[in-house]
Design a protein around this ligand. Structure first.
Ligand SMILES: *Cc1c(COP(=O)(O)O)cnc(C)c1O
Length: 446
């Protein structure tokens, strides 16, 4: 029998969160208004065990889950608030829409480039950007136990982005992988696949257990459940069933990777998360941890240093340190690249080699994942040293290149090539690929 029944609050049940009665009623009203813009959902675990209510509104976990006026911008927020208090009429709805579209709901505009093609049709529940790894978005997993205010997939939670799932997604996934020998990794993502019942996850995984394609080595689950609902792994009604499924995946010879999203060391401090990590490790899962750097939440090197140390202590592996994408409340959350490198480096220097498995600051951009490796001076010119650690064009991987030093830049798009060059080395081939509209690399020849 489970002791912790999953419970989450949303926009409509905000008033039922008792702790909110302890804060200034004006701040509470502002949050309520903000939930019309930024998707809001928060689990009882986050409220009861993670947020330090004495430190609200500055508390990092509160910032991570409760929408704030600053995320919308003072001017826009004030207008919204005026319309809200005046009765939420058509003008209010128009303003909500305007704010949403100004928040860049489709970053990088390369949705189409990642959608695979098979048997002359596109497979919309999947993304295939890098040869080795297919992302699968199961339709029942397009939700999370709590929403992050900085989520780059925010648009899908308010119906602005339609992922258009196909009814035959399970069969398509298996077939697509079996006929693509370059694929070694299958990554279940969302939303959060861990919101699905074990029996639903099993339906998707079952063909891969029935018959393992030789070239498929790794099955990954991208999840924030360890941070937002660790009970998922030992105290939900079907936790045991889920663990048995994980064991079956491992027994079949796959490397099972839980790609955990941890943004702050506080998320690693509860007895529940410790128990969940132990349970996962006991069934043979490897836990790798990643998160973006977010202003007002984790923009101090001590946060990362402590978090990486805590992860290693629990037997989890630090993996990626991301730069926040160009979407959503970007201004509120963005950290300049110079500062990102400083935070990363100061934390990296203070941990042992066991935690230096982490890579960053990493930008998941159109052509690939680009690291800011260093700031240097070459022939009298101050430059950013950048490197591809992942790319849709294989020859780019592990290539170093240079951009003009730029104190204010917070994304690759803000950068210009160094040494007077007209464009970055990757731009010609990348734009050729982009002009083909569909991702010819991932088009099955069959
Ligand atoms: C990050 C990412 C992956 C996985 O990359 P790894 O470096 O292998 O972890 C796969 N697909 C997409 C679209 C990604 O952004």
């Amino acid at each position: 029998m489970s002791e912790h029944e999953f419970k989450a609050y949303n926009k409509k049940s905000l008033n039922k969160i008792k702790y909110l009665d302890r804060i200034d009623p004006e701040i509470k009203k502002d949050i309520e208004i903000c939930t019309n813009i930024i998707p809001f959902r928060v689990s009882s675990y986050v409220i009861d065990e993670l947020i330090d209510w004495d430190k609200v509104p500055d508390d990092p976990i509160f910032q991570m889950t409760f929408p704030q006026p600053g995320m919308i911008g003072t001017e826009k927020f004030n207008k919204l608030k005026f319309l809200y208090l005046n009765g939420q009429n058509e003008d209010f709805n128009t303003e909500v829409r305007n704010i949403h579209f100004a928040m860049n709901p489709h970053p990088a505009g390369q949705k189409d480039m990642n959608i695979p093609v098979m048997d002359n049709r596109t497979l919309p529940g999947m993304q295939h950007k890098y040869d080795e790894t297919v992302l699968f978005f199961p339709s029942q997993g397009q939700l999370c136990h709590s929403f992050c205010t900085y989520c780059f997939r925010w648009a899908q939670f308010i119906g602005l982005q339609d992922l258009k799932f196909s009814s035959r997604e399970k069969e398509s996934l298996y077939r697509y992988i079996t006929i693509n020998p370059l694929i070694t990794d299958l990554l279940f993502t969302g939303g959060d696949p861990m919101v699905m019942k074990a029996s639903v996850i099993e339906k998707y995984v079952e063909p891969f257990i029935q018959q393992k394609p030789d070239h498929l080595q790794n099955i990954r689950f991208g999840t924030k459940a360890l941070a937002y609902w660790p009970y998922r792994f030992f105290d939900d009604k079907d936790s045991d069933e889920l663990m048995r499924l994980f064991e079956k995946i491992v027994d079949k010879g796959y490397h099972l990777a839980v790609m955990a999203h941890f943004s702050h060391y506080r998320e690693l401090e509860t007895p529940a998360v410790e128990k969940a990590v132990k349970r996962l490790r006991s069934v043979g899962a490897q836990i790798r941890c990643q998160a973006p750097l977010i202003k007002n939440i984790n923009d101090k090197s001590i946060v990362w240093e402590k978090m990486w140390k805590d992860q290693v202590k629990l037997g989890a592996v630090p993996y990626y340190f991301f730069v926040e994408r160009d979407t959503g409340p970007k201004n509120y959350f963005e950290v300049p690249l110079v500062k990102a490198l400083e935070i990363f480096t100061n934390a990296y220097r203070n941990v042992s080699g066991l935690a230096r498995t982490v890579r960053g600051p990493s930008m998941s951009a159109g052509p690939g994942k680009i690291l800011l490796e260093d700031i240097n001076e070459i022939n009298g010119e101050k430059v950013f040293v950048l490197k591809f650690v992942q790319s849709r064009i294989k020859e780019f991987v592990n290539k170093v290149f240079f951009a003009k030093y730029n104190e204010n830049a917070s994304w690759i798009d803000d950068l210009e090539p160094a040494f007077g060059e007209k464009e970055f080395f990757y731009e010609k081939r990348y734009s050729e690929l982009r002009n083909n509209k569909i991702n010819i690399l991932k088009n099955c020849v069959k």
